[in-house]
Design a protein around this ligand. Structure first.
Ligand code: ZN
Length: 178
Protein backbone atom coordinates (compact mmCIF):
# COMPACT_ATOMS: atom_id res chain seq x y z
CA UNK A 1 0.00 0.00 0.00
CA UNK A 2 1.21 3.45 -0.93
CA UNK A 3 1.73 5.81 2.01
CA UNK A 4 -0.54 8.33 0.33
CA UNK A 5 -3.37 5.83 -0.27
CA UNK A 6 -5.28 7.10 2.74
CA UNK A 7 -5.94 10.30 0.83
CA UNK A 8 -7.98 8.42 -1.75
CA UNK A 9 -11.63 9.33 -2.08
CA UNK A 10 -13.72 6.62 -3.71
CA UNK A 11 -16.33 8.51 -5.70
CA UNK A 12 -18.28 5.33 -6.56
CA UNK A 13 -18.67 4.63 -2.86
CA UNK A 14 -20.52 7.84 -2.15
CA UNK A 15 -23.64 7.03 -0.14
CA UNK A 16 -26.65 9.36 -0.29
CA UNK A 17 -24.71 11.84 -2.42
CA UNK A 18 -22.68 13.33 0.47
CA UNK A 19 -19.59 12.18 2.33
CA UNK A 20 -17.13 13.81 4.68
CA UNK A 21 -13.51 12.95 5.29
CA UNK A 22 -11.00 14.22 7.78
CA UNK A 23 -7.25 14.13 7.31
CA UNK A 24 -4.51 15.14 9.68
CA UNK A 25 -1.38 16.35 7.98
CA UNK A 26 2.06 16.24 9.57
CA UNK A 27 5.68 16.55 8.45
CA UNK A 28 5.53 13.07 6.90
CA UNK A 29 2.72 14.16 4.58
CA UNK A 30 4.73 17.11 3.25
CA UNK A 31 7.78 14.89 2.81
CA UNK A 32 5.76 12.34 0.84
CA UNK A 33 4.15 14.79 -1.57
CA UNK A 34 7.55 16.43 -2.08
CA UNK A 35 6.44 19.97 -2.95
CA UNK A 36 9.07 22.66 -3.30
CA UNK A 37 7.54 25.47 -1.20
CA UNK A 38 6.02 23.87 1.90
CA UNK A 39 8.47 21.58 3.67
CA UNK A 40 6.46 20.59 6.74
CA UNK A 41 3.85 21.51 9.26
CA UNK A 42 0.59 20.40 10.78
CA UNK A 43 -2.90 20.89 9.40
CA UNK A 44 -6.41 19.56 9.70
CA UNK A 45 -8.33 18.94 6.52
CA UNK A 46 -12.10 18.64 6.45
CA UNK A 47 -13.26 17.42 3.08
CA UNK A 48 -16.89 17.19 2.08
CA UNK A 49 -17.90 15.55 -1.15
CA UNK A 50 -21.25 16.27 -2.68
CA UNK A 51 -22.56 14.84 -5.91
CA UNK A 52 -25.03 16.72 -8.08
CA UNK A 53 -25.90 15.78 -11.63
CA UNK A 54 -22.71 13.80 -12.15
CA UNK A 55 -20.43 16.54 -10.81
CA UNK A 56 -18.70 15.89 -7.51
CA UNK A 57 -17.98 19.08 -5.58
CA UNK A 58 -15.06 18.49 -3.22
CA UNK A 59 -14.87 21.23 -0.58
CA UNK A 60 -11.60 21.33 1.34
CA UNK A 61 -11.36 23.31 4.54
CA UNK A 62 -7.74 23.36 5.66
CA UNK A 63 -6.45 24.88 8.89
CA UNK A 64 -3.02 24.65 10.42
CA UNK A 65 0.50 25.96 10.50
CA UNK A 66 3.04 25.11 7.83
CA UNK A 67 6.75 25.66 7.40
CA UNK A 68 8.21 27.60 4.46
CA UNK A 69 11.58 29.30 3.86
CA UNK A 70 11.67 33.03 4.69
CA UNK A 71 12.10 35.19 1.57
CA UNK A 72 14.67 37.37 3.32
CA UNK A 73 16.96 35.02 5.29
CA UNK A 74 15.89 31.58 3.92
CA UNK A 75 15.46 30.13 7.43
CA UNK A 76 12.26 28.21 8.13
CA UNK A 77 9.28 30.23 9.24
CA UNK A 78 5.73 29.29 10.24
CA UNK A 79 2.76 30.45 8.23
CA UNK A 80 -0.82 30.00 9.40
CA UNK A 81 -3.16 28.37 6.92
CA UNK A 82 -6.94 28.76 6.97
CA UNK A 83 -8.37 28.19 3.56
CA UNK A 84 -11.43 26.79 1.84
CA UNK A 85 -11.27 25.55 -1.72
CA UNK A 86 -13.65 23.70 -4.01
CA UNK A 87 -12.57 21.19 -6.60
CA UNK A 88 -15.05 19.85 -9.14
CA UNK A 89 -14.60 16.29 -10.31
CA UNK A 90 -16.50 14.08 -12.74
CA UNK A 91 -16.20 10.57 -14.10
CA UNK A 92 -14.90 10.01 -17.59
CA UNK A 93 -12.87 7.65 -19.72
CA UNK A 94 -9.41 8.80 -18.68
CA UNK A 95 -7.78 11.03 -16.11
CA UNK A 96 -7.48 14.72 -16.94
CA UNK A 97 -6.96 17.81 -14.80
CA UNK A 98 -7.10 20.40 -17.54
CA UNK A 99 -9.94 22.86 -17.35
CA UNK A 100 -12.31 23.53 -14.46
CA UNK A 101 -13.36 19.96 -13.83
CA UNK A 102 -10.98 17.11 -13.03
CA UNK A 103 -11.89 13.93 -14.85
CA UNK A 104 -11.45 10.68 -12.94
CA UNK A 105 -11.53 7.39 -14.88
CA UNK A 106 -14.70 5.40 -14.28
CA UNK A 107 -12.81 2.13 -13.92
CA UNK A 108 -10.54 3.62 -11.21
CA UNK A 109 -12.81 6.02 -9.30
CA UNK A 110 -10.57 6.26 -6.22
CA UNK A 111 -9.33 9.82 -6.56
CA UNK A 112 -6.22 10.69 -4.57
CA UNK A 113 -6.52 14.21 -3.15
CA UNK A 114 -3.05 14.41 -1.52
CA UNK A 115 -1.55 16.65 -4.21
CA UNK A 116 -4.68 18.83 -4.36
CA UNK A 117 -4.48 19.39 -0.60
CA UNK A 118 -0.81 20.32 -0.96
CA UNK A 119 -1.57 22.75 -3.79
CA UNK A 120 -4.35 24.49 -1.85
CA UNK A 121 -1.97 24.96 1.09
CA UNK A 122 0.84 26.24 -1.13
CA UNK A 123 -1.56 28.66 -2.88
CA UNK A 124 -2.68 30.06 0.47
CA UNK A 125 0.88 31.01 1.49
CA UNK A 126 1.38 34.73 0.79
CA UNK A 127 3.60 35.38 -2.24
CA UNK A 128 5.95 37.48 -0.10
CA UNK A 129 6.53 35.87 3.27
CA UNK A 130 9.21 37.07 5.66
CA UNK A 131 9.93 36.85 9.39
CA UNK A 132 8.75 39.70 11.56
CA UNK A 133 11.19 42.63 11.73
CA UNK A 134 14.24 41.53 13.74
CA UNK A 135 13.34 37.81 13.70
CA UNK A 136 15.44 36.85 10.67
CA UNK A 137 18.59 34.77 10.91
CA UNK A 138 21.13 37.33 12.21
CA UNK A 139 24.17 35.73 10.56
CA UNK A 140 22.46 35.59 7.18
CA UNK A 141 21.30 39.20 7.47
CA UNK A 142 24.86 40.33 8.21
CA UNK A 143 26.14 38.48 5.16
CA UNK A 144 23.42 40.03 2.99
CA UNK A 145 24.21 43.52 4.33
CA UNK A 146 27.93 43.05 3.59
CA UNK A 147 27.08 41.89 0.07
CA UNK A 148 24.90 44.95 -0.56
CA UNK A 149 27.68 47.33 0.50
CA UNK A 150 30.18 45.61 -1.84
CA UNK A 151 27.92 45.76 -4.88
CA UNK A 152 27.11 49.44 -4.30
CA UNK A 153 30.78 50.45 -4.56
CA UNK A 154 31.48 52.39 -7.75
CA UNK A 155 33.19 50.46 -10.52
CA UNK A 156 36.49 51.82 -11.89
CA UNK A 157 35.78 52.17 -15.60
CA UNK A 158 36.61 55.88 -15.50
CA UNK A 159 33.15 57.25 -16.17
CA UNK A 160 33.72 58.64 -19.69
CA UNK A 161 32.17 55.76 -21.64
CA UNK A 162 28.64 56.46 -22.88
CA UNK A 163 29.21 59.53 -25.06
CA UNK A 164 32.46 58.43 -26.72
CA UNK A 165 31.93 56.61 -29.99
CA UNK A 166 34.37 54.25 -31.59
CA UNK A 167 36.01 55.99 -34.61
CA UNK A 168 35.98 52.69 -36.57
CA UNK A 169 32.17 52.56 -36.30
CA UNK A 170 31.96 56.17 -37.44
CA UNK A 171 33.92 55.29 -40.56
CA UNK A 172 31.66 52.31 -41.21
CA UNK A 173 28.58 54.50 -40.82
CA UNK A 174 29.95 56.89 -43.43
CA UNK A 175 30.37 54.02 -45.84
CA UNK A 176 26.95 52.48 -45.28
CA UNK A 177 25.22 55.86 -45.49
CA UNK A 178 26.51 56.43 -49.01
ZN1 ZN B 1 13.80 35.61 7.82
Amino acid sequence: MDALDKYKVDLKDLQAGVATYRFELDDAFFELVGGTLVKGGHADVMLSVEEKGGIYALTFHIRGVVRVPCDRCLDDMDVAVDTENVLNVKMGTEYSDEGDVVVVPEDDPAFNVAWNIYEFIALSVPVAHVHEEGKCNAVMMEMLAAHLVTSEEPDDTGGEKAEVTDPRWDKLKEITNN
